[in-house]
Ligand binder design. Structure first.
Ligand SMILES: [Fe+2]
Length: 133
């Protein structure tokens, strides 16, 4: 299958697994779109924020299935995914009840995700490559 990147991801955040890189790019694209909307005139769509988290959940499951297919242990990484998803859903609930603003939620999501790619996904991609070698 062909995976086409749009250039939104800086080279430093590419993990060289095309199917995962396009998903990472899509997550940043969604966060960017929500950030733009949050500085606009209308209210940010909660539905799109929930869609972002649903997509993130699907993306985590897809990383997990890549690991399973290639026989790479993913237990610690999956735990990090679960914890983060839980934190992000809590943060979004706080936006709903008015105790946190949507900008904080989006900054948190973006910061966490960027750090996660650098600190967890890149080593994961290296383990996959080492196993294949
Ligand atoms: Fe991950």
């Amino acid at each position: 299958m062909e995976y086409t990147l749009t250039g939104l991801l800086p080279a430093a955040l590419l993990i060289d697994l095309p199917e995962i890189d396009v998903q990472h790019e899509e997550i940043f694209r969604r966060i960017e779109a929500l950030k733009r909307a949050s500085f606009g005139t209308g209210p940010v769509s909660f539905e799109e924020c929930h869609d972002l988290l649903d997509y993130l959940e699907w993306h985590f499951a897809s990383e997990e299935s890549v690991a399973r297919e290639r026989g790479v242990d993913f237990a610690d990484h999956a735990r990090v995914h679960d914890q983060n998803l839980h934190m992000l859903r809590r943060a979004l609930a706080a936006v709903h009840d008015g105790s946190q603003d949507v900008h904080s939620f989006l900054r948190y999501a973006e910061y966490w995700f960027e750090r996660h790619i650098a600190e967890e996904d890149k080593p994961f991609a290296d383990r996959l490559r080492n196993r294949a070698a």
